[in-house]
Design a binder for this molecule. Structure first.
Ligand SMILES: Cc1cc2nc3c(=O)[nH]c(=O)nc-3n(C[C@H](O)[C@H](O)[C@H](O)COP(=O)(O)OP(=O)(O)OC[C@H]3O[C@@H](n4cnc5c(N)ncnc54)[C@H](O)[C@@H]3O)c2cc1C
Length: 434
């Protein structure tokens, strides 16, 4: 919808058709855990712009309930079925594939039972919220421990639901520095969430009104199961049409968002992107880059050539009273990308030493020993972690060294940071080591 809206703004006479398989467009998926936390809020609060506004005010031919099933590149057509089962075929001059990502649901027994749910679409959000209400859910199992799983465990605790989280890997937040990850884990456990790591899930079984998540050495019982083990790019149709794929099976695009077909673009969670630190292709399914890529496609098809430099992998989330933030590469990712990474981890304060309300802030900084370049940063704290991460993110776009970053004139006043901001303290430590 970002691409369609901007294309119409750029060229009001352009004929723009959008085919969406569901009945929902333009809503805040990211807001769903917070909405689920509040029984008094309607899920439809999350709709940013209704379909009729796109149609009536913006002149976009938006067809909801239209699922595209095939692309014929030589005939330049897309074909599919609408919700009534009627087939359609539409010709295009330029095509944008923005099919997003789909939740990974393991092909194991019981994952199709009622009460086993994933959270991706608004429909999924409504289903989970209705299920909690109608079944009066008091106990739930979450499979997975990524950021959506963690946001959901907070939402469910808010509703006084007992939450058990389980996953096969024995490491909590594997992309995170272990010292910082243990702070997050302690926070989650401190809020009464039960964490079970290192348990392979074999199946889900129904037992009376309950569902049992079965592992060889553990059985977890709940009235509902949330499957939150990640997403994969919805790129099957693109692959079927012979378009090239990139990391994790995402649709490969160049800096203008064009695929290997002159007339087909791709943007958002289904497409890959360049990483500004490695210069290599990467796949990071997050909202800002999806929106920005949509705009870039609109500009390119309406004659305003735009190239996207790439993404820094900046991501943030909140879990209970903690803010968790990252940008750039972790030490492991830096090693894999061929850098010679060095890190510093500091535990410092969020405000000036004697200022009331100061809390602990943990910062990890990664730099490249050979070039001195800043490669990444992670921050965990009770306040100020998320907005802080934006400074190193800009520094990564500017390809700054750790030393140059350590010399940045960051602002100070006692309620906001110590004289030396926690990020500068971390950078100073790393400069000494490098
Ligand atoms: C619970 C949750 C929390 C999130 N929180 C954050 C956050 O805090 N920060 C952040 O940056 N990101 C967050 N995200 C991710 C963010 O929502 C996505 O990155 C973003 O929505 C991607 O936009 P998109 O347009 O590429 O894909 P989508 O928003 O998924 O849109 C793709 C659309 O294509 C439709 N479609 C797919 N296949 C077809 C087909 N064959 N025919 C017709 N239509 C089709 C789908 O129905 C869907 O409506 C969150 C996601 C979820 C689920």
């Amino acid at each position: 919808m970002s691409a369609a809206s901007r294309a119409k703004r750029n060229l009001p006479d352009l004929e723009v058709t959008v085919l969406e398989q569901t009945e929902d467009v333009s809503y805040s998926a990211c807001g769903m855990p917070y909405n689920i936390a509040d029984p008094d809020r309607e899920m439809d609060d999350l709709v940013v712009r209704h379909a009729h506004v796109f149609r009536e005010k913006q002149g976009i031919d938006l067809r909801t309930g239209h699922r595209v099933e095939g692309i014929d590149r030589s005939a330049k057509t897309v074909t599919g079925k609408n919700l009534d089962g009627e087939e359609f075929e539409i010709r295009y001059d330029n095509l944008l594939i923005a099919t997003g990502a789909s939740p990974i649901i393991p092909d194991l027994p019981g994952f199709d039972l009622p009460g086993v749910m994933g959270l991706k679409s608004l429909e999924d959000g409504k289903k989970i919220k209705d299920f909690i209400r109608s079944q009066d859910v008091k106990k739930l199992v979450i499979i997975g421990m990524g950021y959506i799983a963690l946001e959901m465990c907070e939402a469910l605790r808010e509703r006084d639901i007992e939450v058990h989280m389980v996953k096969p890997r024995p490491i909590f937040l594997p992309w995170m520095n272990p010292q910082l990850a243990s702070v997050v884990k302690e926070e989650v456990e401190g809020q009464g969430v039960f964490i079970h790591m290192g348990h392979k899930i074999e199946r889900i079984e129904k037992s009376g009104d309950s569902l049992n998540v079965m592992c060889p050495d553990l059985t977890l019982e709940g009235q509902a199961v949330l499957v939150a083990i990640g997403v994969r790019p919805s790129s099957e149709m693109a692959a079927g049409a012979g378009l090239e794929l990139g990391p994790s099976g995402s649709i490969a695009v160049d800096r203008t968002l064009k695929t290997n077909d002159e007339n087909i673009y791709s943007a958002g969670d289904c497409a890959d992107a360049y990483h500004v630190v490695t210069g290599q292709k990467t796949w990071v399914p997050l909202a800002l880059r999806a929106n920005r890529a949509g705009w870039a496609v609109a500009d390119n098809v309406t004659g305003r050539r735009t190239e996207l430099e790439g993404i820094a992998g900046s991501a943030v989330f909140k879990v209970f009273d903690l803010e968790v933030a990252r940008t750039g590469l972790s030490t492991n990712e830096a090693e894999k990308a061929g850098f010679d990474p060095m890190e510093a981890v500091v535990k410092t304060r969020s405000r000036a030493h004697a200022h009331p309300g100061s809390t602990t802030m943990h910062v990890q900084i990664v730099g490249d020993k050979k070039s001195g370049r800043l490669l990444g940063m992670q921050i965990v704290g009770r306040e100020g972690a998320v907005h802080r991460i934006k400074a190193p993110s800009v520094a990564l776009h500017c390809k700054m060294t750790v030393e140059a970053f350590s010399q940045c004139d960051l602002a100070y006043a006692p309620p906001f940071s110590p004289t030396w901001d926690p990020m500068l303290t971390a950078a100073n430590q790393l400069v000494k080591r490098m």
